[in-house]
Structures are given as C-alpha cells and as structure tokens.
Design a protein around this ligand. Sequence first.
Ligand SMILES: *Cc1c(COP(=O)(O)O)cnc(C)c1O
Length: 431
Amino acid sequence: MSTTRPPRALTTREQFAALDAADPLAPLRQLFDLPPEVLYLDGNSLGPLPKATANRVQQAVRDEWGRGLITSWNHAGWIDLPRRLGDKLARLVGAAPGELVVADSTSVNLFKVLSAALALQREAPQRRVIISERSNFPTDLYIAQTLAASRGLELRLLSAEQIPAALDETVAVLMLTHVNYRTGAMHDMAALTQAAHAAGALTIWDLCHSAGAVPVELNASGADFAIGCGYKYLNGGPGAPAFVWVHARHAARFEQPLAGWMGHAAPFQFDPTYRPAPGITRALCGTPPVLSMVALECGLDTVLAAEPLGGLRALREKSLALTRCFADLVDARCAPHGISVISPRADVQRGSQVCLTRADGGYAIVQALIARGVIGDFRGGEPGVPDILRFGFTPLTLRYVDVFDAVEHLVQVMDHEEWRAPRFNQRQAVT
Ligand SMILES: *Cc1c(COP(=O)(O)O)cnc(C)c1O
C-alpha cells in the first residue's frame, strides 16, 4: 500500500535519523509525557501518557467534582461522555456519529454484542455454531465459551486458514480479533465479513489491537458488531473504558443482555420497566466512570491530532515502515542468536507490532531489555505455541532511531548473555 517506503535493509543509525528528520508525524511525539530514559515498545498493551491528561483529570476532580458536585452531570456534560467520546472514536474506526459508545470493558462489551448477535439469529435454530480463532485473546474465548455453554451452542476454534471453509449454514456468528495479540497478524475484515454474510452468519470484530493504529472501515466492510479497548493504541490510561459499535441496520433490534438504567430510554423517569433507548445508547449499562472517561478523551485527542497530517493512513504508513525496519534489522543482526521474526512480512497482513521468537530464554531476554530501558513484553507458556517477545510500534511517539536503538540493545543483551542472569529469570505476575 505504501508508495513512500524507505529502502530495505537500513543499517546505520544515521540512516534512521534521516528518516526521522523527514517524518511529517514527528511533532506528534510532543503530545506525550515520555520518560526520557525509556524506549517504550509496549504502547499496544498500555498506551503512553498524553501531556494533557494530568491537568484534565485534575480539573475534572477539583473543579467539576469538587466545586460543581452533582450539577456537573449536566453542567460539565458528564452524562454525555459515553456518546461524545463514542463520536470521536467513530472517526477512527470508519463508523458514523451515533453508532458507537464508550462503556465498560472489552470483555463486558463482547458479552453484550455476542449475546445480541445470537438473539438476532434466534429465527435460525440450525445455526448452532460460534466460530473463532484458536489463538484469539483468552478473555474473548472465555466469554464465548460460557455464553455458548449456557445456550447449548458450540464454540468452534479454528486456525485462520480454516475459517473461510468452515462458514456454512450452521454458523450463527463469526467472532474474530482483527489484529492477533500474539503474532500481530491482521485479518482481511471486509473479505471475511463478506464470506460470513454469504453463509448467513453475523460478524463481531474485536479491535483491541487495531483502533488507533490501523485504519479500520467498519461501515465500508459491512461488519455487524465491533468492540475494542481504550487503553492500548488509544492512550486512555490503565483500565480505560472500552467501546462498542453496532451497525445501523441492527440498532433497532439490538437486545442488550445487561439492561441497565443508563441504557433506558428515559433513565431519570425511574420507570420500573426496562424500555431500551433508541440506537446505540442502549449498549450502556450503568453509570459511566467519569474520571476514566476524561482521561480517555485526552488519549483519543492524541490520535485525532494526526488528522491534519493525514490521519490513520499516515500513521499506518509510518507504523508499517517502523515494523518493517525493525524486522529487517532483527533478521540482519539477531539471526545468529537464534532469534527470528514470526509476524507476517506482508504489509496487509501485519498490525502495528512485531513478534520475535527464540527456542528458549524469551522471558529473560525481555526482562534484560527492560532493565536497559527497552520495554516490550513476553507472551508464552502455551503448550505447542512458540514463546513470543512482543514489541509494539506506536507511530505517534516512536522515532526511527528508536527502532535502531532497540535492536542495538537486543544485540548487546545477546552478545553479553545478559539474559542468563538469575534475576531476569524470575517470573513476575504480569509479563
Ligand atoms: C487487550 C484485549 C482485551 C482486554 O479486555 P479487557 O476486558 O479490557 O480486560 C480483550 N480482547 C483482546 C483481543 C485484547 O487484545
């Protein structure tokens, strides 16, 4: 897709610095409060802190809560936050205003949309199967497992290659994560949605590793439902609220399984009977977490700040260039240490991360890198699946020299066998 690719196999730091000097997105880094000694390659797990966030949250606490007290639900617009942020986020995922709200967590929103999708298939009792990918993120699988079990349905877990052929008249829902959290492999959302529809199935897309990093076209691809995360590439802060989108053609028939008062047509009439709000508002359940919402808005604004510079298309170009440079350098410099790239090489199949693997020592290598200020993460321990050293590339903050420096650190860790130190081999709770 790129016409502005840097030439392959750059090898000197000067070459990378030259790419930074020519990078039109470089000023966006100034929007973030980054610790100077850290090279942060984990924005796909927890986005970095925007400079605006601390003041905005403080203002919400001190003025809106402290002075405005309960009047701030109206006067500071707290009650509209789920929809207002939803409209901003819609711009980043190819949705229209009024189609998306910010609420709850990804896990909870998946429960809502999967349950609603199954309800839409109620007239087709022969559709007893939910299809997903075996390597999908576990929380998605757990939600689907328990929902399927409670309805007497089958959750069928397949490899990506097996999915198209498995779409038949028994399938109710195809539930996929757009960019795989482990490998960074990206599905063709439009093609799979079309194939699912041709078989009469509905689609749910989890955008946790796409929203804010990869252009997503929900309406253009014809998807049915989508959910995603606020704390990864959207920079909303730890535990930021998630989002939920329902295609307009389903909005009026969307059955919210977690009927709560914020999704009621008139919450402040205190009606004893549930009556769903029109449109996406019914996807809300309880009271929004206001402080987390204002922090998320600062995060959304960092991604929207790229709009005058070409928006997600430009961010995607840079992200692809960063990941390509990283993979090429790792090939050139780390192959002798048994480290190889397992993320897809083809741009259309790769999200915004690069995963490496090595027969052993993966966890310790990541720990040794963190001790050097290069923060990535480790995903492993699953039988039959290679351990993964995972590096996320946030095009808003990362420089090309960061790619060079990260690989240089990795080479040092390997050359000097730093990773063998016992302190790097003790597992912590969060990997
Ligand atoms: C990060 C992530 C989640 C997180 O779900 P929470 O409910 O926020 O804990 C879910 N699914 C995928 C695919 C993810 O990458």
